[in-house]
Design a protein around this ligand. Structure first.
Ligand code: G3H
Ligand code: 13P
Ligand code: ZN
Length: 315
C-alpha cells in the first residue's frame, strides 16, 4: 500500500526512523520488499533522477506496482530523491509518487525558499508531501576549522524560518554526513549538538538524515579481497540512529550500503565461479543478501516490527 511519508512520520516521530532506500532495478525491488516484510517494517522507496533515467521512468513505476500486488501487506511511500524543480513537477503530475524532495540547497537562502515554496504549492494541491534541504551535505574534513565546518551545517535559526515560510513537510538537515562511501577522514561523526538545536526550534517536525550509509568495514574488506579498491571507505555509526530518532530524525537515507552489497555479491560470485556466465544465480544471491541487509538495517533504525502498528494507524 502506497502512503505519504507524512503518515509514516506520524507513527515514527520521536520513537524510530523509517529507512529510505534507493532502488534502480528489479533485483533491488524484490530484495527491498522481502527484507521489509521479513522485518515487518514500513519503509520509503527512493527514486533518484539517475534511477528514473537508468531504463525509463515508467519502468520502476511498473516494478513497484507489481511488487505492491505481490507483497500486498507492505506499507511504503514512493519518494523522489534529490529532485530539481522540473523533475518534482513531473513526479507530482505522474499520479504515482506520494512524496517528492526538492533539493535547492545549492541556492542561496531566499532562492531556496522561493523554489521550495513553488513545489510545495503544486504538491499539496495534489495531496503529495514535500521534503526540502537546508545546509550543505559533504565531507567535513578533520583539518577544517570549526567555524568553517559549521558554516556548511544547517543553521538551526534558519531552519525554523525556512519551514515556516515554505510550508514544507519535512526537512533534510546537514549534520555532518555526506553521500557515498568515503564520509569521514578521521574521528568526525554526527553533530548531535546541531541536531538538538534544530529540534528545539522545530519540536515535533520530521527531520531527515541523508548520507547515512554505515559502509560496514566487513563489506569493504570482502569487496577488496575480491578485487575491489575501496581503501579508506567509512560511514555513519548505525548505533547512533536510535539517538538521532529521539531528536526528531524520522527518515534515514541509505543507498551506498545497498550498492556495496551488490558489489560484494557480484565480485565474490564471479571470482569463485569464473566459468559462470548466467545472470540468474548471482541475481538470486543478491536478492537474498539485499533482503537480509534491509531487515538488519531496520532493526538498527527501530522500524522493525512496526508494520502492524502503522497499518492500525492508517485504519
Ligand atoms: O543521494 C544520492 C543517492 O545516493 C542517489 O544516487 O543519483 O547516483 O542515483 P544517484
Ligand atoms: P548514502 O550515500 O550514505 O547511502 O546516502 C544516500 C542518500 O542520502 C540518498 O539521498
Ligand atoms: Zn541524499
Amino acid at each position: 500500500m502506497i502512503v505519504t511519508t507524512k503518515k509514516l512520520f506520524e507513527a515514527a516521530y520521536g520513537k524510530y526512523a523509517i529507512g529510505a532506500y534507493n532502488i534502480n532495478n528489479l533485483e533491488q525491488t524484490m530484495g527491498l520488499f522481502r527484507g521489509n516484510l521479513e522485518s515487518q517494517s514500513p519503509f520509503i522507496i527512493q527514486i533518484s533522477k539517475g534511477a528514473r533515467s537508468y531504463t525509463h521512468k515508467k519502468m520502476l513505476e511498473g516494478l513497484i506496482r507489481s511488487a505492491d500486488e505481490i507483497f500486498h501487506e507492505a506499507v511504503f511511500a514512493v519518494h523522489l530523491d534529490h529532485g530539481d524543480e522540473e523533475t518534482c513537477y513531473d513526479c507530482i503530475n505522474s499520479g504515482f509518487y506520494s512524496s517528492v524532495m526538492i533539493d535547492a540547497s545549492h541556492a542561496e537562502f531566499e532562492k531556496n525558499i522561493e523554489i521550495t515554496r513553488r513545489v510545495v504549492e503544486a504538491a499539496h494541491a495534489k495531496g503529495i508531501v514535500v521534503e526540502a534541504e537546508l545546509g550543505q551535505l559533504g565531507g567535513v574534513e578533520e583539518h577544517v576549522a570549526v567555524d568553517e565546518a559549521n558554516a556548511k551545517l544547517t543553521d538551526p535559526a534558519q531552519a525554523l524560518e525556512f519551514v515556516q515560510r515554505t510550508g514544507v513537510d519535512s526537512l533534510a538537515c546537514a549534520i555532518g554526513t555526506s553521500h557515498g562511501a568515503f564520509k569521514f577522514s578521521g574521528s568526525q561523526g554526527l553533530r548531535f549538538d546541531v541536531l538538538a538545536q534544530i529540534q528545539e526550534r522545530l519540536p515535533g517536525f520530521p527531520l531527515v538524515m541523508h548520507g547515512s550509509s554505515s559502509v560496514p568495514q566487513e563489506e569493504v574488506a570482502r569487496i577488496n579481497a575480491a578485487g575491489g579498491k575501496l581503501d579508506g571507505a567509512k560511514g555513519v555509526n548505525e548505533d547512533e540512529f536510535a539517538r538521532a530518532a529521539t531528536l526528531g530524525v524520522t527518515k534515514i537515507n541509505i543507498d551506498t550500503d545497498g550498492r556495496l552489497v551488490w558489489t560484494r555479491v557480484h565480485r565474490e560470485h564471479f571470482r569463485d565461479n569464473p566459468s559462470d556466465f548466467d545472470l540468474r544465480p548471482v541475481g538470486k544471491i543478491f536478492m537474498a543478501e539485499y533482503a537480509k541487509f534491509i531487515a538488519a538495517k531496520n532493526v538498527k533504525l527501530g522500524s522493525a516490527g512496526q508494520l502492524q502498528a502503522v497499518r492500525a494507524l492508517l485504519g
